[in-house]
Design a protein around this ligand. Structure first.
Ligand SMILES: Cc1cc2nc3c(=O)[nH]c(=O)nc-3n(C[C@H](O)[C@H](O)[C@H](O)COP(=O)(O)O)c2cc1C
Length: 431
């Protein structure tokens, strides 16, 4: 049984996440569906082996999303995800990273961190942390919210996280711990699990070291899906933003993993900026493609073509004006929620790139700056600012081909692959 989101004919008529959820509930085993009794499951050796063996079956049935929007701290919050879902029904959406400790210590306030509108499915929760007990507990606490997948962060280079926090990308140096963490996550959730990592850290940047990490994590835990941000992280004091530009992208490592771990599933991430590149990455063999900054900086043109150009679904024909009308209803409903102060600026933040490179964009931003000073509703904010945008922009549906990208980005990738991974299983298990 294959998930129908890999079949454009089915994906075009049925919401992908419905298919996904129905399929998942029919999986012919129930190790990921064990009833939680309110007590976290910490596994003994034979349970771990059982989990791992059963997990091998998952790969036959679980396929990663063709297209996803990356987890981005302070960016992919509820507001952005609401906007993204209005534009694309099929893109998978990742939350910002939530530290396991935050979830555990905010047990009385979980909705603030974990709640999302049902429209946001398919949605993935990303957790970070380095304490197994808290990771298990956080996963268990997130369970009732019904995330479609739980992802574990092994890629964040921020000094707060990878520095004194000692998690994020630093965990790539401790695959044994990552395997333990993934085992407790899998044992405490009904959802599939995945790891998001880099291709290396500092001098630990050879292809073989990356393979060792993937091998150890996948052979000692139920992890079968890895999202690979295809550049290494430098922990020598450069900023997180620099860590997303200075280390070079090495897509050849990603495609090497596809060759050397044919039983696993890999999503490519890093530097992909157009629909053409998404389709080129998939044509070259990637199981899934994740885009971060480009989906934030140009949501209309990037997400607007995902459903038709990637999933083969008919175009929704929705216009920016219709998106804004729906977003206004959402925005005004959350402004006064919980009696908190209005935060028009926060709700409007994901829209600041909505008119990217369109006529009127500059004037709209200036009007927005002024309106932030006094508008207390999204309705009044729109009334005051949208006069800057021509009707031709507001009323044009997503149509035509997506803006062109580097279709040839992966054309020569097979000629650049590193030598095949060769470490023996015994060697690694004894390491
Ligand atoms: C503002 C910002 C915040 C980010 N926060 C996270 C995060 O919370 N977790 C994570 O795994 N990656 C995070 N990332 C990294 C992205 O998920 C992604 O791996 C990276 O931006 C490369 O993809 P891109 O080139 O498509 O943007 C963040 C990136 C940005 C720009």
């Amino acid at each position: 049984m294959k998930f129908a989101r890999y079949s454009s004919s089915v994906a075009s008529v049925v919401p992908v996440h419905d298919i996904f959820r129905k399929s998942r509930s029919r999986l012919p085993f129930n190790i990921f569906h064990g009833k939680l009794t309110g007590r976290r499951r910490i596994l003994n050796y034979s349970q771990k082996r059982q989990l791992s063996a059963k997990a091998k079956m998952v790969v036959e049935q679980y396929l990663p999303p063709w297209f996803s929007v990356a987890p981005m701290m302070d960016w992919t919050d509820n507001h952005y995800r609401t906007l993204a879902r209005l534009i694309s029904k099929h893109a998978w959406l990742y939350t910002e990273m939530l530290a396991a400790e935050t979830i555990v210590y905010q047990q009385d306030n979980l909705d603030r961190f974990l709640a999302f509108s049902p429209d946001q499915h398919p949605i993935v929760l990303q957790i970070g942390g380095n304490n197994l007990d808290n990771i298990a507990k956080a996963t268990e606490l997130a369970n009732p919210y019904g995330y479609d997948e739980i992802n574990f962060n092994c890629g964040c280079p921020s000094p707060k996280v990878a520095g004194h926090g000692c998690f994020g990308v630093r965990l790539m140096l401790d695959p044994k711990f990552v395997a333990e963490a993934m085992s407790v996550i899998a044992a405490n959730t009904d959802a599939p699990v995945s790891v998001k990592c880099r291709i290396g850290v500092d001098d630990h940047d050879s292809y073989n070291e990356l393979c060792d990490f993937i091998y150890k994590v996948s052979s000692q835990s139920p992890t079968r899906h890895f999202i690979i941000h295809s550049r290494k992280a430098l922990l020598n004091g450069i900023s997180p933003a620099e860590n997303r530009t200075i280390p070079p992208l090495k897509y050849e490592y990603f495609y090497g993993l596809l060759r050397d771990f044919p039983d696993l599933r890999f999503t490519i991430n890093g530097g992909i900026t157009s629909i053409d590149e998404v389709n080129a990455a998939r044509k070259a063999g990637a199981h899934g493609v994740m885009i971060g900054r480009a989906a934030y900086h140009n949501p209309w043109h990037l997400l607007g073509h995902v459903d038709s150009a990637i999933y083969g679904a008919p175009s929704s024909g929705i216009t920016r004006r219709q998106v804004l009308e729906k977003y206004q209803v959402y925005g005004d409903s959350v402004l006064w929620r919980d009696g908190r102060k209005p935060h028009v600026r926060d709700v409007v933040k994901p829209l600041l790139h909505f008119f990217h490179s369109e006529p009127g964009n500059g004037l709209w931003k200036r009007k927005a700056d002024a309106a932030f000073q006094h508008c207390t509703t999204i309705k009044s904010f729109f009334e005051e600012t949208l006069v800057a945008i021509p009707d031709s922009v507001l009323d044009a549906p997503i149509a035509g081909p997506p803006p062109p990208g580097r279709e040839d980005l992966f054309d020569n990738i097979q000629t650049l692959l590193p030598p095949p991974y060769e470490s023996s299983e015994e060697e690694l298990l004894c390491a």
